[in-house]
Write a protein that binds this ligand. Structure first.
Ligand code: GDP
Ligand code: MN
Length: 378
């Protein structure tokens, strides 16, 4: 679950990280009032679940409360990537001498929390990784011991040469690990970590993703969920109790069982295609789940074909077939649908589908190959 910058900053403040104050507004008038209260030059920042807001015009400095109102009225309602801005953070503007990057994320290949720091902050860290990888220092953390003080110092030492700055940054890095760990994060990032002209180190941006599986034991963090700010498909999937992950390809996948869903994505890749999503409709399927799955898959404009791969055990193939027929009745579906389905009540399912004008097959290979073909040609 992604949370907003202002929420991430709350978590960082609780961990002791120096973060400038600020308040959130949902209207230009509110933004103006906050600016009056803060006094001086402020920054108006779009609160959306994506980076690159600066480049998109969603981060603006404003000298007077009137200017803040104008900037807020321009930023509220604007679109950044697929997100519409509903809230802005108004925060005092800082003078910046230097921008660094500090982040920690759960890393698959090191199978541990991995710190990444760079003296080249402010910009996209992926860009630095691609063009100038030597500018990034990395450190996997052994979760049994957490981050150790000398490790924090070693990371901070890569950012600055001045010992006073290194000391401040190592403390912040230490606190960042604490915030990351105690809030069940999969990612916690400060970009930029700034140095002010008076030699203070501060976090002026904050990005946090929380592992969904941690939320049941962290009610305060769970309360940060902003359904309106999340992609529509994610909310719909949660409501229908489907496990769904959006990907970048064009083969929409609807599968029962996480293992089969993974195998299906592998096979799509094997035949040269790219899956548009991971979607597991779960063990006991009812037609409503299939309808929801199709709504979710077809909400992605990249999807050129919809691939069903059902292995009927507890899931009954005829339930899935009924779901597909029901979905066609309820929603308009443009992309072609290819269906593989085998197992419990397979014959009933084939009959239902044929009656509705679909052809379904029992061979997984042939159907996936056909889906990839169709995805490429449309
Ligand atoms: P992002 O683009 O979504 O990562 O948003 P950031 O909060 O990181 O802001 C983008 C850039 O705007 C920063 O790298 C800074 O260069 C600039 N910026 C943000 N806040 C301030 C501020 O308080 N003062 C100044 N001078 N620049 C700022
Ligand atoms: Mn940033």
């Amino acid at each position: 679950m992604d949370i907003h910058e202002y929420q991430a900053k709350e978590l960082f403040r609780k961990a002791g990280i120096p973060v400038p104050p600020g308040e959130v507004a949902t209207s230009p008038e509110e933004a103006e009032a906050i600016a009056r209260k803060l006094g001086g030059t402020v920054v108006v920042k779009a609160q959306v679940h994506t980076g690159g807001r600066g480049k998109a015009g969603g981060v603006k400095l404003a000298d007077t409360p009137e200017e803040v109102r104008d900037e807020a009225s321009r930023i509220l309602g604007m679109s950044i990537k697929e997100f519409t801005v509903e809230k802005v953070l108004v925060t005092p503007a800082e003078d910046i001498e230097h921008e660094a990057y500090v982040g920690v994320l759960v890393d698959r290949s090191s199978q541990a929390p991995l710190f990444m720091v760079s003296p080249e902050g402010g910009v996209d860290i992926e860009e630095v990784a691609a063009t100038n990888p030597e500018a990034i220092r990395k450190l996997p953390v052994d979760p049994r011991y957490g981050l150790l003080p000398h490790q924090a110092l070693w990371l901070a030492d890569f950012l600055y040469s001045d010992p006073s700055l290194v000391k401040q940054a190592s403390k912040i890095i230490f606190q960042l690990y604490d915030a990351f760990h105690s809030n069940g994060c999969s990612l916690a990032e400060i970009n930029p970590l700034i140095v002010t002209p008076t030699g203070e180190v501060k976090a002026i941006d904050a990005k946090v993703s929380v592992d969904e599986n941690e939320l049941f034991r962290l009610p305060d963090v769970a309360g940060y969920r902003d359904v309106e700010a999340e992609p529509w498909a994610e909310g719909r999937a949660r409501e229908a109790e489907l496990s769904f992950v959006k990907l970048d390809g064009n083969v929409g996948c609807c599968v029962n069982g996480a293992g089969l869903a993974m195998a299906t994505m592998d096979l799509v890749k094997y035949y040269g295609g790219e899956p548009a999503n991971f979607l597991d409709i779960g063990g006991s399927s009812n037609p409503d789940k299939v309808v929801a799955a199709l709504e979710i898959i077809t909400s992605d404009p990249n999807v050129n074909v919809i691939l069903f791969n059902i292995f009927g055990g507890i899931t009954r193939c005829d339930d899935v077939a009924n779901g597909i027929v029901e979905a066609i009745r309820r929603i308009e579906i443009q992309p072609p649908i290819v269906i593989r389905l085998t197992g419990t009540n397979e014959e009933e399912a084939l009959e239902i589908l044929e009656g509705a004008g679909f052809s379904a097959h029992t061979s997984m290979d042939a159907v996936v190959e056909r889906a990839v073909e169709l995805a490429g040609s449309s």
